[in-house]
Design a protein around this ligand. Sequence first.
Ligand code: AMP
Length: 113
Amino acid sequence: MSDDLFMKIINREIPADIVYETDEVLAFRDIAPKAPTHILVIPKVHLRTVNDLESAHTELIGKLVLAATDLARQEGIAKEGYRLVMNCNPAGGQLVYHIHLHLLGGRQMRGLG
Ligand code: AMP
C-alpha cells in the first residue's frame, strides 16, 4: 500500500486539486487532463483494481458513480455528455493501482471502435 499514490492524496501527503469529498469518496482533477474536464473519483479505501471488488463494495461503487454524475452537473457537461472510464491492469491501461473512475468531458469523445 505504501506505493499507493492516491492514498497519499487522500492523506494530504501530496497535493491535488480536490473538488469533492465525503467520508468514503474523494475526487480531484487529473494532473495530465485528457479533456477540458478530467476528474478522478476514488474510494478512500485501498483497492488495487476492479478485480478486487466484492459484493460488499456494491454501495461504494454506486457512490463513486453518483459522485461523478454530480460532478458532471457541477462542471456543466451533464446535458451535452461525458465519459466514465475505469481501467483495469496493464492491458486495460491502468497506471495507478488504486481504483479510480475517470470523468472526462467538455469535448467530443471518439467512439471505442
Ligand atoms: P489510469 O491509467 O487509469 O491508471 O489513470 C491514472 C491517472 O492518474 C492518469 O490519467 C494520470 O494523469 C493521473 N495521475 C497520476 N498522478 C496524479 C496526481 N498526482 N494527481 C492527479 N492525477 C494523477
